[in-house]
Write a protein that binds this ligand. Structure first.
Ligand SMILES: *Cc1c(COP(=O)(O)O)cnc(C)c1O
Length: 427
């Protein structure tokens, strides 16, 4: 067998060359893909050949054939949904994570990546102003971060109601009342569904999508028993934040667990000038966010933060004889995530935070918000363009007259290729 550098070298060099070409193309390329998945089916499909192909050739083929079907999401000219780019340090760290190929579930087996993720978790909790005693888990995205936070909530609410969830499951368990803002993200419903908690009860929100605390109060007062309240930092369409100080107080008065979906909005807490948006958020019990959005870490990476460590570890953790745990009190990554094998997703987060520093994170988020306001202002000055939201964070929602015209203009912009934007329906 040849030396590892020969076996891996050619393929890695080919990958690095193609990656650089891709990144260099971002400034000028047509943002949208020029082909459909169906167009590419023949290039990647057909019967699996009997014989193999040398690694470097595989990489060349893959990169060349994929090129026209890639969307320039990291280009800075992509305005679809909420999708981040990639910081150089985070991208390079992600490559190392692949090369290291650590199964990052046990401190004992993967000490380096465990220590790095733990440091990243501590930095995050500090940056976002969340309780120091919290546990942090690095998961695939905000959907699974919502899932993990809500699993901890379910465990705690059941335990406090005297119900042994591990032993008895959900059959015959006390019902948990799940209340969500009418404009919560669908991933909250999905997480509740995964957890067997059913469809949540929507609480009316204002025109920007913020939950109305008086309505929350009314609904909580109407019922009784364990309650779970999901609040939102950053509405997909408007970027609006729920009024945390008041909503958390109302929820806590009724003994509810409060979870915050802050997929992109939680990052406002890292910016001194935006702190009013998240004021009072730290009094919640669990928080979900994404690193692959506002922090600009490569896909995929979400983060869950839970104040009640026992609740998170009891709902996610597992203890068996073959998983050798160090027992030094720090806990293993597997106790904070819904996985028993996992990629060290916190390592690119560590690299992103280290490369930016506190001021850099704040600057990055602040710039995003500032550019959104500038963009909204310039667009609002044009004939026939209506900005639908109060822009005080990173989102801008537009209408170009009626729905049909908006659809037609969006299609024209996408075809032009200089920028890309997604269509949606709001209100
Ligand atoms: C993107 C988003 C999610 C889901 O995050 P994923 O990373 O796609 O799982 C949840 N909530 C909000 C508000 C979002 O913007």
């Amino acid at each position: 067998m040849s030396a590892p550098e020969e076996r891996y070298g050619d393929a890695l060099e080919a990958a690095a060359r193609h990656a650089r070409q891709w990144l260099e193309s971002q400034e000028t390329r047509h943002v949208g893909p020029r082909v459909t998945a169906a167009d590419l089916a023949a290039d990647f499909g057909g019967p699996l050949p009997r014989d193999g192909t040398p690694a470097a050739e595989v990489v060349d083929y893959l990169a060349t054939k994929a090129e026209p079907g890639l969307m320039a999401m990291p280009s800075g000219r992509f305005f679809g949904w909420v999708i981040g780019g990639t910081l150089p340090a985070a991208l390079a760290a992600d490559w190392l994570v692949s090369a290291w190929d650590q199964n990052a579930v046990l401190r004992y087996a993967a000490p380096a990546v465990s220590a790095i993720e733990e440091a990243a978790g501590n930095w995050l909790v500090g940056l976002l102003g969340l309780p120091e005693e919290s546990d942090v888990g690095f998961v695939t995205g905000a959907t699974m971060a919502n899932f993990a936070g809500l699993a901890a909530a379910r465990w705690r609410l059941m335990a406090d109601a005297g119900w042994d969830l591990e032993r008895d499951g959900l059959f015959g368990a006390p019902r948990i009342r799940c209340l969500v803002g009418r404009e919560r993200h669908d991933s909250v419903d999905l997480a509740l569904r995964y957890l067997g908690l059913g469809t949540p009860t929507p609480v009316p929100s204002d025109r920007q999508g913020r939950i109305i605390p008086a309505e929350l109060e009314r609904q909580l007062a109407e019922g009784s028993g364990p309650a779970l309240v999901c609040l939102q930092a950053g509405n997909l369409h408007s970027g609006a934040f729920d009024p945390f100080a008041e909503a958390v107080r109302v929820a806590k008065d009724h003994g509810a667990w409060v979870h915050v979906d802050g997929a992109f909005g939680l990052w406002a807490a890292a910016v001194p000038g935006l702190s009013a948006l998240t004021a009072g958020m730290d009094l919640a019990d669990s928080w979900a966010t994404d690193a692959h959005k506002t922090l600009n870490v490569p896909y995929d990476c979400g983060i869950v933060v839970v104040r009640d460590r026992t609740a998170l570890r009891s709902s996610m953790g597992v203890h068996t004889s073959y998983l050798i745990q160090t027992g030094d009190g720090a806990g293993d990554p597997l106790e904070t995530v819904p996985e028993l094998s996992r990629r060290a997703r916190g390592v690119p987060v560590w690299a992103a935070l280290k490369s930016l520093g506190q001021a850099g994170v704040a600057g990055q988020v602040h710039r995003l918000a500032e550019r959104a306001s500038q963009l909204a202002e310039q667009l609002a000055a044009l004939d026939g363009v209506e900005v639908l939201n109060d822009v005080d964070y990173t989102q801008v929602s537009l209408a170009f007259g009626d729905d049909a015209t908006t659809r037609a203009v969006t299609a024209r912009i996408i075809a032009d290729g200089r920028v890309w934007m997604s269509g949606s329906r709001w209100r």
